[in-house]
Design a protein around this ligand. Structure first.
Ligand code: ZN
Length: 753
């Protein structure tokens, strides 16, 4: 017998093998089906636990710059701290798990200033990603890293992670906050231009897809795909930091001095381009922390409980975020006489030589109207009637125009439509349509009552009245630029229409200059020719609602230089309660103070009149090293006065320094070698209520120097109402203090009783 397998055996082996293959494949196939269909979810979960780590990288928002490229808003790197509880829960030893959970809860709650219990509960969750705190700064993130390193033995890198993200930062805190707005948790614009230009500012997020172990930490040498985040475009504003600062400073002081119950507004605009250079609203906030209220507001909230408390909290937050210049309408009062006059001049129903008579009161369709001067203004020209802010004269002008023509100009000056300024929340005006306007409504509308407009509409129309007649669209963004600095979009001047002719505009400039030399004398700016109009109005709807009759809005709009206007300033004080309520008394000086500071800054040269020159600035001579006698002579011949400190024979130093300027009669302190240091300190006097001469004497007695702001030429009724350094402050002798003057006898309105 041979041992060779025969054909039959080979066939049998083949059958057996085939069976084995079929069975194996069958079993495998069954298992595969089981995995794919029945247990699919579970296996997929396991796979993702081992691999999936896909996260978005926040793109930094574009910056916001002022017109001179000073940063107003930027995005800095920040970190999100998260924990991976699934990693902890995978540990086999229960006591080890508990130790790590408590270690993390103790450590992170302390470093991140968050509730310990919340962190602990986070470690119990079934998740790979539980956020402990968002947007922490570098210093805090370094503390977290140090904590992880210090506890190396527990391998905390497996359970604590830091994701890089970005955070909005406003380096100037409250400056221009109401214009800028702020961003939310996810860096989305929530208010102001952060919201209006959100699409431009928002970048494109990047993406990281990385392999991770089942513990949720990055696996070495596995793939990671990065799509880089693309920073958003930047904005260059028309706002000028310095002008914004001046407007905010002067407005804040005025709101405090006049004890205004409501928020104040000051807007500075280029009349030819509509570019807004400054926009101040008091009662603002720090956009780095926009939900925090002022101490005074927080007190109001703390006084309440429950629903009332949350309602108050939300009301006051919304109020501080609200841009009153565009979101709140008010009755402009007599400021509106500019536009009644403009329409009448353009339509030739009056000329500058027309005369208007006022006996102190008039009547329209049975409705009596008083003039604020009850004895009457007598016969006046158009410009004088404007300077007098005479209501009967303007009622006459309104009647000469008639409802149809009055309404035509009301619309043409932009009072029936939004300005379209690039700030969110612009509200609509409220007014009588020409169909509903009767003779009484026309009479009241002629001097600025029975309708409500926004401060932004008012300043845009005021600009049109003096710039040759063109209504321009106000705007705060000059250009949108990409990261390479290429201009993507530019906020070019947009002319809507010509409302009045250049000739009418010229007459209005003349009229408004007459007003500043008369009824609005508190708006006077030494060295500059300006124009403007005052207004005071009662908040009729609120008065009807509350019964409180002393609710006023005092405002002033001014333009400079009036011979070729470039700058308009609007100042609005809402519900002043400290005494005077007249725009001519309390708002005009604020505009004057703002213009006094910004006109020289903008490069407008002052030209002083003879009278102003008598109060001219005198350069202080250099007296160092001179004998006391020589120095005294030099000071006196420069029209200044001196005070000697010390008992030496030679001047060793002086205040103010050589080259500084002083008004005629200003004090120069001569320090000699026997100088007594204590004597060189002075206490700033309280100048409030003093006349010009009294201020000079008080300043000289205390050894400080004063600069005057406001109208000091007609001194009969002129009194100091404010000062740049608070009374009682200790300063070096010879320090300059700016003292603000106004005439408190100015009236432009008769309150209804
Ligand atoms: Zn009058």
């Amino acid at each position: 017998m041979t041992s060779k397998p025969n054909k039959t055996m080979l066939f049998r082996m083949f059958v057996v093998l085939l069976c084995v293959v079929v069975i194996t494949v069958g079993v495998a196939g069954y298992r595969l089906c089981l995995i794919m269909l029945v247990r699919g979810e579970k296996y997929q979960g396991l796979a993702s636990e081992q691999q999936l780590y896909d996260s978005l990288i926040t793109a930094p928002r574009g910056n916001i710059y002022d017109k001179n490229m000073n940063v107003l808003a930027t995005s800095t790197t920040a970190w999100t701290v998260y924990i991976t509880p699934n990693g902890i829960n995978k540990l086999s030893k229960e006591d080890q798990k508990e130790k790590i959970k408590n270690l993390i809860a103790d450590g992170l709650s302390e470093i991140l200033d968050v509730d310990r219990q919340t962190v602990y509960e986070g470690t119990e969750k079934k998740s790979y990603y539980v956020i402990v705190k968002k947007k922490i700064d570098k210093e805090t993130s370094d503390k977290v890293r140090a904590f992880i390193t210090e506890n190396e033995d527990y391998e905390l890198t497996r359970y604590i992670g830091l994701d890089e993200t970005t955070k909005r930062y406003y380096p100037n805190n409250n400056l221009a906050s109401v214009v800028l707005g702020f961003v939310g948790d996810d860096e989305q614009g929530l208010a102001g231009i952060e919201s209006y230009y959100d699409t431009d500012l928002t970048g494109e997020p990047g993406r990281v897809v990385a392999a991770k172990t089942a513990y949720g930490i990055d696996m070495p040498f596995t793939y990671e795909m990065v799509e880089e985040a693309k920073k958003g475009n930047s904005l260059v504003l028309t706002i000028d930091n310095y002008i914004q600062y001046v407007a905010e400073k002067q407005l804040k002081q005025a709101v405090e001095d006049n004890k205004c119950n409501e928020r104040g507004v000051a807007v500075v605009m280029n009349v030819n381009t509509g570019a807004i250079l400054g926009l101040a609203v008091t009662g603002d906030y720090d956009p780095n922390n926009p939900f925090a209220l002022s101490a005074a507001d927080q007190k109001k909230v703390d006084a309440l409980t429950g629903d009332e408390r949350s309602a108050k909290l939300s009301e006051l937050r919304n109020r501080q975020w609200r841009n009153k210049a565009v979101s709140d309408a008010y009755e402009p009062g007599s400021v509106f006489k500019i536009f009644t006059a403009a329409a009448a001049l353009e339509e030739n129903v009056v000329t500058p030589n027309s005369s208007f008579s006022c006996v102190g009161h008039t009547q329209v369709a049975g409705q009596p109207y008083d003039c604020h001067k009850l004895t009457g203004h007598g016969v006046q020209s158009l410009y004088t009637a404007m300077s007098n802010s005479c209501n009967p004269a303007f009622i006459t002008i309104g009647q000469a125009l008639g409802v149809k023509t009055f309404s035509k100009y009301f619309e043409a000056f932009g009072f029936t439509s939004k300005t379209g300024v690039d700030i969110p929340g612009e509200t609509s005006s409220i007014y009588y349509s020409k169909e509903k306007m009767g003779p009484v409504e026309l009479a009241s509308a002629s001097f600025g009552q029975t309708f409500k407009i926004t401060p932004m509409q008012l300043i845009a129309a005021a600009a049109a009245s003096v710039n040759g007649g063109y209504l321009v669209q106000p705007h705060v963004v000059d250009k949108v630029v990409d990261q390479e600095g290429n201009v993507i979009e530019s906020g070019n001047t947009s002319y809507k229409r010509q409302v009045v002719s250049e000739e009418t505009s010229k007459k209005l400039r003349e009229a408004l200059e007459v007003v500043v030399n008369g009824g609005a004398k508190n708006a006077y700016v030494a060295g500059y020719r300006t124009g403007g109009k005052t207004g005071t109005s009662q908040k009729i709807d609120l008065i009807n609602e509350t019964g409180n009759k002393s609710l006023y809005v005092a405002s002033y709009v001014g333009m400079a230089p009036i011979e070729n206007p470039e700058i308009a300033v609007l100042v609005l004080l809402d519900e002043p309660t400290a005494g005077s309520i007249y725009g001519g008394t309390i708002s005009a000086p604020v505009a004057s103070a703002i213009l006094s500071e910004i006109l020289p800054y903008l490069g407008f040269e002052p030209h002083y009149t003879e009278a102003e020159l008598s109060k001219r600035a005198i350069p202080v001579p250099n007296l160092n090293g001179l004998s006391v006698g020589e120095a005294k002579g030099k000071v006196t011949s420069a029209d200044l006065i001196y005070k000697v400190v010390g008992s030496g024979d030679t001047v060793v130093s002086q205040l103010p320094a050589a080259g500084d300027t002083l008004y005629a009669g200003g004090l120069v302190i001569l320090y000699t070698d026997g100088e007594n240091a204590e004597e060189s300190e002075a206490s700033v006097p309280d100048f409030k209520g003093m006349t010009v001469n009294e201020v000079n004497n008080a300043a000289s007695d205390s050894g400080i120097n004063v600069k005057f702001s406001g109208n000091t030429l007609e001194s009969a009724n002129t009194r100091a109402y404010g000062q740049s350094i608070k009374a009682g402050t200790k300063v070096k002798k010879g320090t300059n203090v700016t003292v603000y003057f106004r005439d408190d006898s100015v009236t432009d309105f008769i309150p209804e009783n």
